[in-house]
Design a binder for this molecule. Sequence first.
Ligand SMILES: [Zn+2]
Length: 326
Amino acid sequence: MKRVILAALAAGFMLAGGACALPFADGTEPAGSEGTVTVISAEEPAPADDESRGEYVFSMPEYTGEDVITLNGGMPCFTDGDAAAPEGVVFSGLDSLGRCGAAFARIGRQLLPREEREPIGTVKPAGWQTVKYRNVDGKYLYNRCHLIAFELCGVNADERNLITGTRWLNVEGMLSSENLIRSFVEEKGGSVLYRVTPRYSGEELLARGVEIEALSDGDGGQGVCLHLFCFNVQPGIVIDYLTGESYPLDPENEWTEEGSSAADDSHEPYTPPEGVTYIVNAGSHRFHLPECKGVQDMKPSNRREFYGSREELIELGFSPCGSCKP
Ligand SMILES: [Zn+2]
């Protein structure tokens, strides 16, 4: 995964010329009243129409093996109108194919969630398929992928905020930007303009990727200054973006319930692989901490390693073990 060196981007920020070097250069109207936390349930058009982005025009980048690339020299393209927006989130309505559009937020401390996440399993984003592969972390190819992360805005099961994204996009693509913004807001108390735009090719139901723009306000982007594209890809899996259907490059990675029972009847003590977060019993639908005694007692054919979060497991219908209380 490519890591973005923010200090270098921030230094470039002051010097860069060309299209949208000044992030607040145009004169659009402020988006709302000041000082209130609003989650706007707007049916109005996307707040981030291309014409409001100065001279910058997005064109779909080609995937050449880099999961995250820089756009526009790393300069986000927020307008004066964006800069005047109060703390809150604005989502686009779904289009005629049921696809999400751009999501915009000004993220400050007030917007960070305080409540627990509610389940999101009821939302079926465009192109959604429930499909597993042996070579995908957590097995499920697709996640319900938040445009504006729950950790940043507290909006969870909203169909305008969830796209069909690969596990890889969620974790390797978007997470580092989200973590950066979250820690900037938490630690520095600043606010960050943030826009995530899913980008589709024609009538395809699955986004080819998401465009991410972020700029810390009031410090000239020294804390956060990003303009990225994260590809909606998964290593080893071929995806049909038109429908969301997929197949593995190596047929060995096809998920079969029997295929995972090769280690049956083995009495060797089981050692979970490094990085595993939970062990799941596919028979009882309970999940455990890797060190739980219940893991050793589990029938190997029912044992699955899981690399995601507790919330995801619960969303998938698993319940925590009463003994190790994961
Ligand atoms: Zn347990």
